[in-house]
Design a protein around this ligand. Sequence first.
Ligand code: SAH
Length: 215
Amino acid sequence: MDETTFSQQRHWLVDRELRNRGIRDERVLEAMKSVPREKFVTEDLKDRAYENRPLPIASEQTISQPLIVAIMTEALELTPAARVLEIGTGSGYAAAVLAEIAQEVFTIERHPGLAESSASLLSELGYRNVHVKQGDGTLGWPEESPFDGIVVTAAGPKIPATLKSQLKIGGRLVIPVGESGDQNLVRTTRHGPEEYETEDLGPVRFVPLIGEEGW
Ligand code: SAH
C-alpha cells in the first residue's frame, strides 16, 4: 500500500469512526489525520493500521484502538501550551498524537525494548517535543512535574496517588482502573492542593499497569 492509500484510509477513519462516534475536539481530529499509524505497527499489520482496533506490538503489548486514543486525548482538554505526561509509551503512537496538540510530551515505558524503539521512531518522524524515558511510570516524572495533563494507557488497581500529586491545579489525569474484564476509564481533575474530582468515562479494555503503584 502506498502513502496516498494510507492517507486516504486515515481520513476515512477519522471521519467515519471518530467524528461520527462523538469526537468533537477539532485539534484531536486534526492530530489523528496527521499521525501515520502504519509506522507504529509491524510490517505484517500495516494494511490493518486504519481499522478501528487495537493491534499487537512487541513485548506482548498493544497499540490502543484509535477511538480510545481520541477519547482519552479529548478528555485531557489540552491547550497548545500544555505539558503532558503519558504512562505506557508502547508503540509511541498516542505520544505522537499528543505531540501534535501539546507543547511538550513526556512519556514513560516500562519495557526497555519498547522505550528504545518508540524513542527512535518518534525522532525519525521528527517529533522533537516528545521525551521518552524507560522506567516505572506509576511514580511519574517528578523532575518535569507539574503537568497540565497525565494519561495512563495501561489499567491499574487504583488511581496512583503520586500521579495525582504531579498534576497542576486545574490539570486532568485520565486512567483506566480495574481488573481485566472489569475496567473503567476515569478522569480526575485537580481543583486545589488537596481537592480532586473524579468522573467515570465508561468501560474499556487495557493491558495491566505494572509497578509500585500499579499491580
Ligand atoms: N500508548 C501506547 C499503548 C501501549 S499499551 C500506544 O499508543 O501504543 C500500554 C503500555 O504500558 C505497554 O507498552 C506496557 O509495557 C506499558 N506499561 C505498563 N505498566 C507500566 C508502568 N508502570 N510504567 C510505564 N509503562 C508501563
